[in-house]
Design a binder for this molecule. Structure first.
Ligand code: G4P
Length: 545
């Protein structure tokens, strides 16, 4: 599918200050770097378009990726056979809004849901939790939220599809509070139940805003401020209900509080309909006004590194062979401090080796725009980055190392082996490479031996990527046999010993970090074994919702 992308690039070039006048602190302060966490079909693609439209980067919402393009993720995967790419989406979109540079990082969520999706959240300063008004919290949203909670990432909630019948607004707030323990503090309140969306009340100013739907949603909706009398006259009962609900909210400690929001214990809530561009401006304004700018990032010793310190960043995503025309590997780096300059020599903290950034690019769809400067919060793609691994720190001056990226709970398990024994060495090298890139986690056990390691993945498609890449890049034919496990818990040597006698489960060592992982076929068996072995350590892994 076609994702015209040049325009994004233009905006980004304009947003960057010339080197002489650069004030890193000020540039960092006007960055907002966030990702959308949602379940497939909640409207992530739609809201991405809508946000971009408001940022006036593009004229028509459809220009980013039209209706066909939205379904493109699956077909990308079909095309994987030909292109050897993993999902061909943009890793980050950058646009200017008001005086702010917004970086929106993609969280792949359909067939390409993988550990990468979680890792993106290590590179953002804020998340937008996008809920379908008719569905509320859904499984993938919950998993992604767990990562946000773990990292204490502030979350703004956008309740989408208010133009369609859905749950009651107070019930949605209740669900957020009771299921994930985040206290909702609505910034806007809908006039009209889901399906009868007239507009919103801005709770901070008390203003009623009437939305006039633009046909097709391809342009920003018209907003009209109404007096309360006018709103009462026009919307009758719907207005009355909104007024009553607002009174209830006023009485229930549901006002926005910046300190608790940035501490990630409360979440500002907005209502809208991305498809018709309703409420999207309010979301963008909220991000600009309330979301935190990049701040000091703690290094591996826990020492916060100020944003104005010399350049440092870390690799949060690696994508191999994104583009068949460029046979290479791209490492996506989140800038944490200083100014990144293309061409500058930086050091790879993991190896101590220099890394030339001549081929620094920011990637947008399939087109590549060359990035000359990037500031804290920005994302840079480094091409020819075969020497870089997930979590590696890059720095320009004095050595700094950021903490390693966490591993996440895999849900799919399979053994992989090659029938061609003459290629065993290559097979091992290839598997190690896939592990280093974070495509799969590699698990081993004495019982299973070296010839058939177990691969563990967050998304099922990762196994296909693995076999595909082993064949294409290492020339090794492999077969994958799925294992009947779904749940994983971390244990210790004593637990390994105790569990070795239990049938139907297995304890393996994760090669990446030596962690001992116990695999269970289902939740029921896991709970039973946990009950029967109360002293055995069985810790959930991150994002295990
Ligand atoms: P995703 O990226 O989160 O998977 O979701 P996407 O934006 O592709 O949206 C999923 C479906 O929900 C799309 O419909 C989209 O048009 C619809 N949608 C998104 N936001 C809203 C909204 O505010 N209101 C309503 N009513 N629908 C919304 P589709 O039928 O799958 O595709 P299409 O026929 O619209 O192309």
């Amino acid at each position: 599918h076609d994702r015209p992308s040049g325009r994004w690039g233009e905006a980004q070039v304009q947003s960057v200050t010339a080197p002489g006048q650069a004030n890193i602190q000020a540039e960092a302060a006007r960055r907002r770097t966030f990702a959308v966490i949602s379940h497939p079909d909640a409207g992530k693609s739609t809201i991405t378009e809508a946000l971009a439209l408001h940022a006036r980067v593009i004229g028509q919402a459809g220009a980013v990726h039209g209706k066909g393009g939205r379904r493109g993720v699956v077909s990308d995967w079909m095309a994987m056979e030909q292109t050897r790419g993993i999902s061909i989406t943009s890793a980050a979109l950058q646009f200017a809004y008001r005086d702010v540079v917004v970086n929106l990082l993609d969280t792949p969520g359909h067939a390409d849901f993988s550990e990468d999706t979680y890792r993106v959240l290590t590179a953002v300063d804020c998340a937008v939790m996008l809920l379908d008004a008719a569905k509320g919290l859904e499984p993938q949203t919950l998993k992604l939220f767990e990562v946000c909670r773990h990292r204490r990432i502030p979350v703004v909630t956008f309740i989408n599809k208010w133009d369609r019948p859905g749950l009651e607004p107070l019930a949605l707030l209740d669900e957020i509070e009771t299921r994930i323990g985040l206290r909702p503090t609505p910034l806007t309140w809908p006039i009209g139940l889901a399906g009868q969306f007239h507009g919103v009340v801005d709770r901070r100013t008390g203003t009623a805003i009437h939305f006039e739907r633009a046909p097709g949603g391809a342009t920003a909706a018209t907003e009209q401020e109404l007096t309360t009398d006018e709103a009462a006259r026009r919307f009758g009962e719907d207005w009355q209900r909104a007024v009553e609900e607002l009174e209830l909210l006023d009485l229930s400690d549901a006002d926005h509080d910046q300190a608790t929001f940035t501490a990630a214990t409360t979440t500002p809530v907005l209502f809208g309909a991305a498809v018709a561009n309703l409420g999207v401006r309010q979301l963008l304004d909220t991000l600009v006004e309330l979301a935190p700018a990049p701040g000091p990032r703690p290094d591996v010793a826990g020492e916060p590194r100020p944003v104005a310190a010399p350049f440092a960043g870390f690799v949060f995503k690696i994508q191999a062979n994104m583009d068949p025309a460029h046979r290479d590997q791209v490492a996506f780096v989140r800038v944490c401090s200083g100014r990144f300059e293309r061409g500058a020599q930086v050091t790879n903290g993991a190896t101590g080796r220099p890394f030339a950034t001549k081929y620094a690019q920011q990637l947008f769809g399939r087109e590549r725009d060359t990035a000359d400067y990037a500031y804290p919060g920005d994302v840079v793609g480094l091409v020819n980055a075969t020497a870089l691994g997930i979590g590696d720190t890059l720095y320009s001056d004095r050595p700094v190392e950021f903490p390693p990226l966490p591993s996440f709970a895999p849900e799919h398990f399979a053994t992989i082996q090659t029938s061609d024994t003459s290629k065993f060495k290559r097979f091992r090298r290839g598997v190690a490479q896939l592990d280093a890139e974070g495509i799969v986690q590699v698990l081993r056990s004495e019982a299973r031996g070296d010839a058939a390691p177990v691969l563990a993945a967050v998304g099922p498609m990762q196994f296909e990527v693995a076999t595909h890449r082993l064949a294409a890049e290492f020339g090794v034919p492999t077969t994958v046999d799925h294992l009947p496990y779904q749940y994983v818990r971390r244990t210790d040597p004593a637990g390994q010993e105790a569990l070795s006698r239990v049938r139907g489960i297995e304890v393996l060592t994760r090669v990446r970090d030596g962690a001992l992982l116990a695999l269970f076929p289902n939740r029921w068996r896991l709970d039973m074994i946990a009950r029967e072995n109360p002293t055995v350590r069985l810790d959930p892994l991150l994002a295990d919702a």
